[in-house]
Design a protein around this ligand. Structure first.
Ligand code: PLP
Length: 447
């Protein structure tokens, strides 16, 4: 089993054996890339942070989905990580796609996906994007207000509409219901207006919040969706699809899937098609990020006299660590290479300073001495000039980390690079090295 940064191991999926090799493959790819860079002589930016992405992990998550939620066709939420190789793999595996903008729709269509496999799952759409959507033949879309219905009638009257309803998302990581979703009180008037405008209600959609953790939220949402289905049927519509949204996380997936399946079996006959919009479930653990230590500052506690360090990395919250701000994440640093020696993926066996080949400069001798006695304490910062750019306020390591060393962070595949900026002129385009720990995925990708 592949241990994650938070100590969680994804359960094995029957018939798949790649998990045992995944860690080795990712480690080898990280080391190869790091060894290729000499920070003393390289060109500007050659030591930029980079990802190693294991497409085998995405494949395993898909197989796990099919095992636990075989009734539901996933529509991958592109916003989570619009990586082209993920889209290629999931398209080959038969997934649909949840897109939220013209660019996402364009990217998925360019990957050869038919328009009927796309849902424009943004209840408040830009008019010009809606015109593009109509031209491209993408018909499935969500709405949750009357103004949107008038807009759709004018631009895209042939749309297949999903009424997005409000859910209780109080137990989720990123709440969405404060912004989207029609209340059960307003659903009847929205359906009545759709009838008046002669629009097509294809079904109901909900989202229990990104990173949901309360299985009862699914029970309530499915029951509400059933009520709205019945209201639509009573008005003469023929709704045929329920969209249960995203929110799934690897750690609680089996439990949430069981709760959802039970609710669906109870309230929706097998003739109703069920789709979902999972994002982070597929990609979170698939991406590992490696960052270079570009600077270090020694800090002495005025009272105890003990030393700690501030480490400055070449990626931060304005870059791939945007997940700290936008997605409430706490990425866990681990040492990849120390004092120009590759330490391997797991640094649990502490490398002594003598072994590490580390040689201290005069002004740091006492810090090194104190480091020899116990773990070293660090705070970790990004490269920009902003004080908010902090990756970890406190991190201890058995190793002394120096300028030029590399750290890596697991579970960096969701809501990271998609929201990176170019603030201070740092790049928002970081290289991705792809590996594939599952033969089935390699065959589909031609790896
Ligand atoms: N669908 C919609 C409409 C969303 O807004 C989101 C995330 O914000 C998702 C799907 C994906 O959610 P998650 O990554 O938690 O599965």
């Amino acid at each position: 089993h592949v241990k994650r940064g938070h100590g969680y191991a994804v359960p094995a999926v029957e018939g798949l054996d790649g998990m045992s090799v995944a860690k080795e493959m990712i480690g080898a790819a990280l080391q190869k890339r790091v060894r290729a860079v000499n920070t003393d002589t390289c060109e500007a930016g050659e030591e930029d942070a980079f990802f190693v992405a294991d497409m085998g992990e995405v494949y395993r998550q898909h197989m796990r989905w099919k095992k636990h939620l075989g009734r539901i066709t996933p529509h991958y939420a592109v916003k989570c990580n619009p990586d082209p190789v993920i889209i290629k793999l999931l398209a080959a595996l038969g997934s649909g796609f949840d897109c939220a903008s013209k660019t996402e729709i364009e990217q998925v269509l360019q990957a050869g996906v038919e328009p009927s496999r796309i849902i424009y799952a943004q209840p408040c759409k830009t008019k010009s994007y809606l015109r593009y959507t109509a031209q491209q033949g993408v018909k499935q879309m969500t709405f949750d207000n009357t103004d949107e219905l008038y807009k759709i009638k004018a631009i895209c009257p042939q749309a297949e509409l999903y009424l997005r309803i409000l859910t209780d998302d109080s137990a989720s990581l990123c709440r969405l219901s404060q912004k989207f979703g029609a209340s059960m009180d307003t659903a009847p008037e929205l359906l009545a207006l759709a009838r008046e405008l002669d629009l097509d209600i294809a079904g109901v959609a909900f989202h229990v919040g990104s990173g949901a953790s309360d299985p009862t939220a699914f029970h309530k949402a499915v029951l509400d969706a059933r009520n709205v289905f019945d209201q639509a049927l009573a008005l003469g519509f023929t709704p045929h699809t329920l969209d249960v949204g995203g929110g799934f996380i690897s750690e609680t997936f089996d439990e949430m899937a069981a709760a959802l399946s039970q609710a669906l079996d109870q309230h929706f006959s097998p003739s109703v098609r069920i789709i979902a919009e999972p994002g982070r479930y597929y990609t979170s653990a698939a991406f590992t990020l490696a960052c270079n230590v570009i600077a270090r500052r020694t800090v002495q506690d005025p009272i105890t006299g003990l030393h700690s360090y501030m480490l400055y990395l070449n990626d931060g919250v304005y870059g791939n660590f945007s997940s700290i701000i936008f997605d409430h994440q706490h990425p866990v640093p681990q040492v990849l290479s120390c004092a120009r020696r590759i330490t391997g993926l797991h640094c649990s066996s502490s490398l002594s300073l003598a072994d590490s080949g580390y040689s201290s400069s005069d002004d740091e001798t006492s810090a090194v001495r104190s480091a020899q006695q116990k773990s070293v304490e660090y705070s970790i910062w990004g490269p920009t000039c902003d004080g908010i750019d902090c990756i970890a306020e406190s991190w201890t390591s058995p190793q002394l980390v120096d300028v030029g060393d590399w750290l890596y962070f697991e579970d960096m595949g969701a809501y990271t690079k998609c929201s990176a900026t170019r603030f201070n002129g740092f790049t928002d385009k970081h290289e991705t090295v792809y590996v594939c720990s599952e033969a089935g995925a390699s065959a589909l990708l031609g790896f």
